[in-house]
Design a protein around this ligand. Structure first.
Ligand code: COI
Length: 360
């Protein structure tokens, strides 16, 4: 780590840890936060005062731009603990790169690498006791930036707050996942912000997803906005299909998030010689494959969701259940990924990043 931020960052430790109050075996995703958080403000054209301090509320003007125009982006990352108590981040540079890509699209100034990466390390190191050992346990890391300038003029803010908060996490979905293919609502359009982790992308999915939930489906698989004929992503996850032994997924672009787990699955698939096609996937071919029994699997990939099997789907009032596979790709990728994340297998692709203990 570059020592510059480490030396500059002000660290105020919590007087008493809350860790003993947490039931780590019964965590609902994203409800419990660690003792500390990172905060850094942008004013007069520069990022200033990076600090790690006790987790707590922040004060903002009711007219802060973020409340009115949703000028905000975020990331999702995870830290894992191995059997030797070492803590690892998974591909953090990919999240940093995407964070800035999202920020640029929302006219938010880029966060400098030392603030993001070194700040993350200082924070995760300080809260390392919150990273629980054992497969399935992780510390979910949520970097985000919000527009803080007061005033409701519809223009980019001149002030921002960058923060990272951390939440111990197990599985994102607590039960089986079934999805519905979007026929009416859309998530993203060409030239829009679908590729970005813009806060509003998620809010816009809540209403259609609630309608899907009323019908017993946990997620919507979004289709292209103009024809609804091609399958894109599921909002919390990129989506993979297995027809026969071929793995299919849609290419990323303006409308689809460039998922870190998605690209890790593609690298693993290549390494494992699994035939893969990254191309537009039509609703029709998936429905026909399901009818013919050649659609063997569907699964989602994402940081929070990891690799999540999709048990069934609905399309235009027709319902399909997918059979359990003995040689499931979803399972294979999940295990291979976890072996890397928990420092069990060799890090063939350079994806692990050790959080050095700094004894603050
Ligand atoms: C993630 O997987 O990290 C995400 O940001 C998805 C979010 C809806 C939990």
């Amino acid at each position: 780590m570059n020592n510059s931020l480490f030396q500059k960052v002000k660290v105020t430790k919590a007087t008493k840890s809350r860790i003993d109050t947490v039931d780590f075996e019964n965590l609902a995703f994203g409800n419990v936060f660690t003792d500390h958080m990172l905060e850094c403000d942008y004013e007069n054209g520069e990022w200033i005062n990076p600090q790690v301090r006790p987790y707590g509320n922040i004060e903002l003007s009711p007219s802060a731009r973020v409340f009115h125009y949703g000028q905000a982006v975020f990331e999702g990352m995870k830290a894992f603990k191995d059997e030797q108590d070492q803590v690892w981040l998974f591909r953090p540079e990919e999240n940093y790169r995407r964070f800035n890509k999202s920020s640029t699209r929302l006219a938010i100034p880029e966060v400098p690498k030392e603030v993001f990466m070194d700040g993350l390390e200082v924070l995760v190191d300080l809260d390392r006791n919150w990273v629980q050992k054992g497969r399935g346990n992780s510390l979910y890391l949520r970097p985000f930036v919000i527009a803080t300038e007061a005033g409701v003029s519809a223009s980019p803010s001149t002030k921002y707050k960058f923060m990272i908060i951390c939440s111990p996490a197990k599985a994102y979905y607590s039960g089986e996942v079934r999805v519905v293919f979007a026929e009416k609502f859309s998530r993203a359009a060409d030239g829009g912000v679908g590729f970005a982790k813009a806060a509003g992308n998620y809010a816009a999915q809540f209403y259609p997803t609630n309608l899907a939930k009323e019908e017993g489906y946990q997620q919507v698989v979004w289709t292209d906005a103009s024809t609804h004929e091609y399958l894109e992503e599921a909002g919390t996850m990129n989506v993979f299909f297995r027809i026969g032994d071929t793995l299919l997924t849609a290419p990323t672009g303006d409308r689809i998030l460039d998922g870190v787990t998605r690209k890790s699955v593609l690298t693993l698939a290549e390494h494992l010689n699994i035939p893969t096609e990254v191309r537009r996937v039509s609703v029709q071919e998936i429905v026909e494959a399901a009818r013919a029994g050649t659609l063997k699997e569907m699964f989602g990939s994402g940081t929070a969701a990891t690799i999540n099997p999709i048990k069934g789907f609905a399309c235009k009032n027709e319902k399909f259940e997918l059979p359990q596979q003995k040689d499931s790709y979803a399972n294979l990728f999940k295990e291979k990924l976890m072996d890397i994340q928990y420092n069990i297998s060799e890090d063939l692709f350079g994806w692990r990043h050790l959080v050095q203990p700094k004894a603050l």
